[in-house]
Design a protein around this ligand. Structure first.
Ligand code: HSE
Length: 401
C-alpha cells in the first residue's frame, strides 16, 4: 500500500480524492499496490465527506508521518505551498502538483531540492490540465531540438474568445459565463490579463530548453482590449483571434518568448480549438508539428494529471525520474521590441493613407469609418516607430502557426 496525502480540497483536490477512490482497481493495476489517502490538509471542515476522518488542519501531521511517501499539492498560490513542498521534498517525500504559479516561480529550486533528496517533483497538471504535455515534452519528444512551442494555454480566455467569435457575445458577458462554469481563476485578472498563460509557457520553455524562465521577465498581454470589431475584421482576413503563449529560440540562441493575442489563419491547427479547450503545438526538428489537445481546466481533467503523477511517484520511490532544469538569470531573453512579427492594425479610415505610406503596398480592408490592415514582418520597435502620430484602435500580432 502506498500512503499519500493531499494538500487542498478545492476544485482539483476534491477531484484527486474522487479519482483515487472511484478508480481504485484501475490504479491498483497500474502500480501493483493500493494508493491509500491517509491525510487531507484543508483549513475548512468537510463533515459530510466520505473521507471526513482523514482531514487535518495541521501540515506537520503530514510532514512527520513516515508512512506518507507521496503528497499531492493542490492548494494553489506560492505561499505556503512553497514552504510546504520544500519541507516535504527535504523530508524524502515525492510531490505531485497542479500549481503552475509555484512551478513557474520556484521550479528550479524545488527540482534541486528533489534531486538532492532523491525524490520526485512532478507537475504534469500545471500546464494543459488533463492534456499530457510535460511528460511528452520531457520523454517522447526528447530526441528533438524544439524549434517552437505555441499554445492556447488558458481555458477561460479561450472560452471568452470563442463566445465572442462564434456567438458575437460581449467580453463581460462571456467572462461571467466562464466564471459560472468554474473555468476562471478566483481572481479573473490572472486569466484575462495573461498571467496564467505566461506561467504555463514559462514552464514549457524551462523544460524544453533546460533553464528556468521567470514569468516576470516576459512580455504578457491579455485579451481585455480585444473587441467585437477586432473579431469582425479578423474574420475578413480569414483569421480568428486566440491568446497564444509562444516561445522559440533564434539562431543567435536568444529566446523570443511572450504571451499575446494573435490573429491566426482559420487553417491553423490551433484555430479550431474552442471553448475551454487548450491546444499546444510543439515544433520539433524531427517530428515537425505535434499538437496536444484537450481540456485544460476543470476538476476531473486536472485531477487526472495529478493522479497520474502520484502513480508515477509511487512507481519510482527511492528512484528519480529525470525531470530537471537549472536556475538562470534569463539574460538570453530577446527584448520584446526586437521580436519580429506581422501586425494586424485597426485604424481610423482617415489614417489609411499614412499607414500605406509607412508600411508599403499592403491590403487594407475598410468598413465605415474604420479600416484594418496587416503590416509586413518587422520588429515590434519598427512597427511602433511607424505608428507614431497615428491613432491606433487595435494592434494584434499575426501568428504563423
Ligand atoms: N484558469 C485556468 C484556465 C485554469 O482557465 O485555463 C487552469 O489552469
Amino acid at each position: 500500500m502506498i500512503e499519500i496525502a493531499i494538500m487542498g480540497h478545492g476544485v482539483v483536490g476534491s477531484g484527486v480524492a474522487e479519482i483515487i477512490t472511484s478508480h481504485k482497481q484501475k490504479l491498483y493495476s497500474a502500480i501493483g499496490e493500493e494508493i491509500h489517502i491517509k491525510k487531507i490538509l484543508d483549513l475548512r471542515e468537510f463533515p459530510d465527506s466520505p473521507l471526513a476522518d482523514r482531514f487535518t488542519k495541521n501540515f506537520d501531521e503530514i510532514l512527520n508521518d513516515v508512512e506518507i511517501r507521496v503528497v499531492a499539492e493542490v492548494m494553489g498560490g506560492i505561499h505556503p505551498a512553497f514552504e510546504y513542498v520544500s519541507k516535504l521534498l527535504a523530508a524524502g517525500k515525492s510531490v505531485a502538483t497542479s500549481n503552475k504559479e509555484l512551478v513557474a516561480a520556484k521550479g528550479a529550486e524545488l527540482l534541486r531540492i528533489a534531486k538532492e533528496n532523491n525524490v520526485n517533483f512532478l507537475f504534469e497538471a500545471s500546464v494543459g490540465g488533463g492534456i499530457p504535455i510535460i511528460r511528452p515534452l520531457n520523454q517522447c519528444l526528447v530526441a528533438n531540438n524544439v524549434k517552437e512551442i505555441a499554445g492556447i494555454l488558458n481555458g477561460t480566455t479561450n472560452f471568452i474568445l470563442t463566445k465572442m467569435i462564434k456567438d458575437g457575445m460581449g467580453f463581460d458577458e462571456a467572462l461571467k459565463l466562464a466564471q459560472k462554469l468554474g473555468f476562471a481563476e478566483r481572481n479573473p485578472a490572472a486569466d484575462i490579463e495573461g498571467h496564467d498563460a505566461v506561467r504555463k509557457i514559462c514552464i514549457l520553455a524551462s523544460l524544453a530548453y533546460g533553464k528556468h524562465i521567470y514569468p516576470d521577465n516576459i512580455h504578457t498581454e491579455g485579451i481585455t482590449n480585444i473587441t467585437l470589431e477586432d473579431v469582425k475584421f479578423a474574420k475578413k482576413f480569414d483569421c480568428v483571434i486566440k491568446l497564444i503563449g509562444d516561445v522559440k529560440v533564434l539562431d543567435d540562441d536568444r529566446m523570443d518568448i511572450f504571451v499575446a493575442p494573435m490573429l491566426i489563419s482559420k487553417n491553423s491547427q490551433l484555430a479550431n480549438i474552442d471553448n475551454e479547450f487548450n491546444g499546444i503545438m510543439v515544433r520539433g526538428d524531427c517530428t515537425d508539428d505535434v499538437v496536444f489537445y484537450g481540456k485544460g481546466a476543470g476538476s476531473m481533467p486536472t485531477a487526472s494529471a495529478v493522479v497520474a503523477d502520484i502513480v508515477d511517484c509511487g512507481k519510482h520511490l527511492k528512484r528519480r525520474k529525470f525531470l530537471f532544469w537549472v536556475d538562470s538569470d534569463n539574460e538570453n531573453i530577446l527584448p520584446y521590441n526586437e521580436s519580429r512579427t506581422a501586425m494586424f492594425l485597426r485604424l481610423k479610415s482617415g489614417d489609411k493613407a499614412v499607414a500605406i505610406e509607412r508600411f508599403g503596398d499592403i491590403q487594407v480592408i475598410a468598413e465605415g469609418d474604420e479600416c484594418a490592415l496587416i503590416t509586413p514582418v518587422l520588429t515590434i520597435g519598427e512597427i511602433e516607430q511607424n505608428l507614431e502620430g497615428i491613432d491606433v484602435l487595435s494592434k494584434i500580432r499575426i501568428g504563423d502557426l
